[in-house]
Design a protein around this ligand. Structure first.
Ligand code: C5P
Length: 231
């Protein structure tokens, strides 16, 4: 695959094993990376990751969103040793020490994996940010992004709407984390309840390196056979 679909992470949400198999049997040749979240990981475990990677020749984005004391995060990542994971998520709000321990565990146990820090969950609105951090969502994002820059984490997960702020902060820094963005819909999708979504091309234009797309693909998998939708 030599088009932008290489930069799309297909989220395997709301599916059981059988449904995942049906989907990947048909479409794995149009998919480069799949996202396995807590839903599938808690149910089927580490062997499932190995099986999916081997059977369908796809790379794995393991979305565990780790957030705990630094030593627990270190040991959790140690438990992933031996798995073919391309990306693993943690929460930036775990703080500098937790992120550093995650990176140290990666170096020791899953060398080829990139650690991505989740910034502000896109499900949180302004009033949630006030309740949790007594701050605006933009300020919260900036503070979390500074943790990403300080720790030299490999990348962040954020709405493509935050990328302008991130790029502004990147200007003062040599280290520019990868930007991985969910909240993507195709232009043809008729969603009026989603104000913070972007099309693939809008998000790539904003500077996204990778996109996470779930329902817009899994509910209409034919889109995977149309590379032009990802340009
Ligand atoms: O909305 P969609 O089905 O494309 O979601 C795919 C993934 O993106 C979800 O598994 C979730 O982790 C993430 N997501 C998000 N913020 C949203 C919607 C989805 O972070 N507003």
């Amino acid at each position: 695959m030599s088009d932008n679909r290489k930069r799309v992470i297909v989220a395997l949400d709301n599916m059981d094993k059988k449904e995942v198999d049906t989907f990947l049997n048909e479409y794995s040749s149009d998919i480069s990376i799949v996202k396995i979240g807590m839903e599938l990981f808690y149910r089927y475990g580490r062997e499932y990751i190995l099986a999916i990677a081997q059977k369908y020749k796809v790379e794995i984005f393991l979305d565990l969103k780790l957030h705990d004391i630094p030593s627990t995060v270190y040991k959790s990542i140690r438990s992933l040793e031996g798995l073919p994971i391309k990306f693993l998520t943690i929460h930036l709000s775990g703080g500098n020490s937790m992120v550093r321990e995650a990176l140290r565990a990666r170096d020791n146990y899953i060398k080829n994996c990139k650690i991505l820090g989740v910034s502000v969950l896109t499900s949180l609105d302004q009033s949630d940010c006030n309740d949790i951090w007594a701050n605006s969502s933009e300020e919260v994002f900036k503070n979390l992004y500074k943790i990403a820059l300080n720790t030299h984490i490999d990348g962040i997960v954020s709405s493509a709407h935050e990328l302008e702020v991130a790029q502004h902060l990147d200007k003062n820094d040599k280290n520019t984390p990868l930007k991985v963005c969910p909240g993507i819909k195709f232009a043809t999708t008729n969603d009026n309840d989603q104000q913070r979504v972007m099309t693939p091309s809008q998000a790539f234009d904003q500077g996204a390196d990778y996109l996470v797309i779930g329902r817009a693909i899994t509910q209409d998998p034919q889109v995977l056979t149309k590379p032009e939708l990802f340009v």
